[in-house]
Design a protein around this ligand. Sequence first.
Ligand code: SER
Length: 322
Amino acid sequence: MTKILVTGSRGQLGSDLVIALRQHYGAINVIESGRQAASDHHDSHIYELLDVTDRTQLQHLIQQYQIQTIYHLAGVLSATGEQHPDRCWDVNINGLRNILEAAKSFGLQVFFPSSIAVFGPHTPKLDTPQVTVEDPSTIYGITKVTGELLCHYYAHHFGVDVRSLRLPGIISYSAPPGGGTTDFAVEIFSAALTSGTYTCFVRPDTRLPMMYMPDAIRAILGIMQANAAAIKIRSSYNITAISFSAAELVSEIQKHLPQFICHYVPDFRQTIADSWPAVIDDSKARADWGWQHQYDLAAIVAEMLEKLSGNRKEVEVGALSL
Ligand code: SER
C-alpha cells in the first residue's frame, strides 16, 4: 500500500484530507507532519515534527517511512503572507523545492495546492481561462506562480509525477482557515450561530470562486488517482465549484437565521480580493480527468449550519458531563 506523507497536516485542508486519506489507504500508511507538536495522541495515527524548509529532516522522514506520495500542504496563505513576506517566500518556495528535489531523488508522486491567487489585476475576471495573464499582487500569489513553474519544470525535465490544482476559497467546519483572504466565507458561519452578527472584511459585492471541503477532497483525490496520461497540465489546473458574493452568502444564511446581521468593514484584504477573478473556467479539469463539483451555495450553507450547530451541541454536552 502507498505510504503517504502530508505536510502542514493540521491546517484547514490537511485536517479533512488526512481523514479521507486514512479511509482510502489505511491509517498506518498516512504520516502527518507539521512544525508544531501535536496535542492529541491516537495509537494508529502517526504524526512527525517537520519543517519543510529543512531538506535533511524531510529526506530523513521520507526514508524512515519509505514514503511514495507527498501531499504538500505546508504553506503561508495570502493575508499572512502580506504580513510576513520573508517567511511566505521561505516556506512556499524553499519548502516546495525541497519536496520536488526529494520527489526527483526518490521517485515520489506529489500534490501541490496552487491558488486563484496566481491571477492578478490584468487577468480576465470572468471565466478566467486556464492559460492567461498571471500578474499576482501578493507575495503569496508570486510564490504560487513560481511554484507552478517549478512543478512544470520538474515534471518535464526530471519526470516527477507532480499534480496541482488552483484552489478557490475552501469552506469547511472541522478546522479554522489559516490567514487567507477567503476566510470571511468560513468565519461568518460560527459568528452567525454564536453572536448573530459578523463584521465582514470585504465589501458585499465581493464575488470570489469557492468550494465546499468535501468537493475539494474529491478534487484532490481525483487528480491524484487519475491515470498519469490524463494529466495534461503539470503546472496547475484551474478548478472551481461556485462563485458568490459576500452579500449572497449573507442572504443564504439569513434564510436559516433571519435575525443574522452582517456589517462590512473592508480592510487590506479587500485589495487582495479585488485582484482575484470572480468566476474561473475549469473546463480543462472537467475534460482531462473528469472533475465535477457537487455542492452549490444553498447546500453548503445548509450543511455548514447543521454541522456547526451539531459541533456546538457536542461541546455543550461534553462540558456538562465533566
Ligand atoms: N484561500 C486562499 C487565501 O485566501 C486562496 O488560495 O489565501
